[in-house]
Design a protein around this ligand. Sequence first.
Ligand code: A2R
Length: 312
Amino acid sequence: MTADVLVVAPILTRQMTQLEATYRLHRLDRAADRDAFLAEVGDRIEAIVTTGTAGASADVMGRLPNLKVVGCMAVGVDAVDLPYARSRGIAVTNTPDVLNDCVADTAMGLLIASMRKLVLSDRYVRDGSWVAKGPMPLTTSLRGKTLGILGLGRIGMAIARRAEPFGLTIVYHTRRKRDDVAYPWYADLVAMARDVDILLAILPGGPETRRIVSREVIEALGPTGTFVNVARGSVCDEPALIEALASGKLGAAALDVFEDEPRVPDALIRMDNVVLAPHVGSATVETRDAMSQLVVDNLAAHFAGRPLLTPV
Ligand code: A2R
């Protein structure tokens, strides 16, 4: 029997084609009247396909009495209401590991772009400043600096491995010290921020980590410090960040994620000491293809009665 699947947000076209060939898809993402749409098809839905941004709210899942599984194309599932899913025994799958390299590449790119002012350099050539003003002011070397990684998991480790050959010293903060790495561990995030040149966040979003990069952490990082965020906008106190960047209490920031995406505060857009990216950590053709395939393969496992490949 063909199962009914609700598309809260689509995955890549190649995998949407696979889903269309296997299931009856119901496109909530295209519904003009979402309430009416859910009222009509809700009873039949057994699975959800969604993305890290769109997630799956308790409100939507609550309209689907036969929902069994959520396939989320992201490693971070903070937009899926996990406590609600758990309370109903709804399985949730994510897409870990396949995105480690690309997110780590993005993180290093942002870090280098910020410290070596690559975005400003580009502008300097294009707007004629090179001709008008001569050489650009000097920037800051990576070699010899200390990088504090907030969240040394799968992606954090991929970042650490890339950062080493750049001559960065690596330290980290997590809740539990890892016994399989030699990098110094800080039990206290503020203490780490005080000791490092760069603080890079790559930990899950959600209530537990909300604004963990607090005003205190930002100010401990200090006037010569750089903050890189490739985690979630929610992990940083964005108003405090903006204030610190504007007042010189923090040196610079490179941000791929924001509190209210896709809206980015004007203050950040106007700052020269900030590098911005539109949440593109994993956004390559190859990685998104692998992530989309993992969503499809998890649903296939569920409907075949096999163990899920990557349950949350
Ligand atoms: O705290 P631990 O020992 O469980 O270490 C995890 C750390 N972490 C935290 N660190 C400090 N305070 C917290 N409240 C906290 N919660 C979690 O984040 C671990 O070192 C790391 C998460 O690693 P993984 O689970 O392997 O996640 P992965 O694949 O590296 O992705 C991290 C996040 C995603 O959730 C997305 O939000 C973002 O990267 O793309």
